[in-house]
Design a protein around this ligand. Structure first.
Ligand code: NAD
Ligand code: FES
Length: 292
């Protein structure tokens, strides 16, 4: 159980792994996530389930190496095992035939948009997808997104590929074309989801965002993932992860996401220093020696 069967690098710091997890593979629905812990002393991190194969008993996870745990996860190889994976967690995305849906994915958030896009297309929607990255090398899942979209628009911030600009520029161009949008779903950095939501609000386009707050237990017990939506306290793990994009208090979410930045930075620096010395990972157990 939880063995990494395949590992691929999508870009320098974005990894794609196939993990043996038969129960989750059988039960998961688009929009749901898991919380994993690499070893007994490790922190728990949420990751969206990108895809699954119930027949093979596998789930697919895509993550960006940004903190100690994601670096340590990226250091695991095919054949290594993740200590525990809890899930599927969170509410599945509400899928129905809405009409024309615009799926907006920013950066590594495209990995979260993809499974929902598959489901929206299968439900008979006219799917227009917009995916954006800072530069061409960081663009992920373009082929997969093209295969489940009626139209795909690709943007890069630096103009190295596709349309030059942010995903919001492509969204505005669609609106200017006169495309009637029945639903917009946006997933990526919080600033992107805030920008998309403020664009669509002006045109009364119902918008759903998927929030990635700090999580610990994933079951509504710890309060770590608390956000304010429509002036009410909600827990992303049990009430979400998707919410009405026009009602989220983004400033509070950004503040809460940044609450532990100094500690996260220190922890990552220590991990990378130990890794450099070759003792961060014990070759056999893959336990993080630095934490002991
Ligand atoms: P990034 O900063 O490179 O941005 C990706 C794209 O988002 C950009 O190319 C641009 O098109 C758009 N964007 C960014 N800022 C924008 C703005 N101010 N206005 C309009 N559009 C904007 O993204 P990255 O570095 O790949 O993303 C990492 C972030 O995504 C992390 O903060 C991570 O926490 C978050 N993330 C969120 C989810 C989720 O479920 N919401 C999932 C995975 C990662
Ligand atoms: Fe603890 Fe949501 S992660 S309440």
């Amino acid at each position: 159980m939880n063995k990494i069967l395949k590992k691929t690098e999508l870009s320098e710091d974005i990894k794609d792994i196939i993990v043996h997890s038969p129960v989750i593979a059988r039960k998961r629905k688009p929009g749901q996530f898991i919380i994993l812990r690499i070893n007994e002393t490790g922190e728990r991190i949420p990751l969206t389930i990108v895809d699954s194969s119930p027949e093979e008993g596998t789930i697919r996870l895509i993550f960006q190496e940004i903190g100690k745990t994601t670096y340590a996860l990226g250091d695991l190889e095919e054949g290594d095992t993740i200590l525990d994976i809890a899930g599927p967690l969170g509410n599945p995305t509400h899928i129905e035939k809405f009409g024309t849906v615009v799926m907006v994915g920013g950066g590594v958030g495209v990995a979260v948009v993809y499974p929902v896009t598959v489901a929206m297309k299968a439900a008979g929607n006219n799917v227009i997808s917009i995916i954006g990255a800072r530069t061409h090398d960081l663009m992920i899942l373009e082929r997969e997104m093209a295969s489940v979209s009626d139209r795909l628009i690709v943007t890069t911030d630096d103009g190295s590929y596709g349309m030059h600009g942010f995903v919001t520029d492509a969204l505005q161009a669609l609106i200017d074309e006169g495309v009637k949008i029945d639903l917009c779903l946006a997933i990526g950095p919080v600033v992107m989801m805030r920008a998309v939501s403020s664009h669509t609000e002006k045109y009364n386009i119902h918008t759903v965002v998927s929030l990635n707050s700090v999580m610990i237990d994933g079951t509504g017990m710890c309060g770590g993932c608390r956000v304010t939506v429509d002036e009410k306290t909600r827990f992303v793990c049990v009430d979400g992860p998707e919410f009405d994009g026009h009602k989220v208090d983004y400033d509070e979410l950004i503040k809460r996401q940044q609450a532990y930045l100094p500690q996260e930075k220190q922890s990552l620096e220590q991990y990378l220093k130990e890794r450099e010395k070759g003792c961060a990972l014990d070759a056999k157990s893959k336990e993080l020696q630095v934490e002991k």
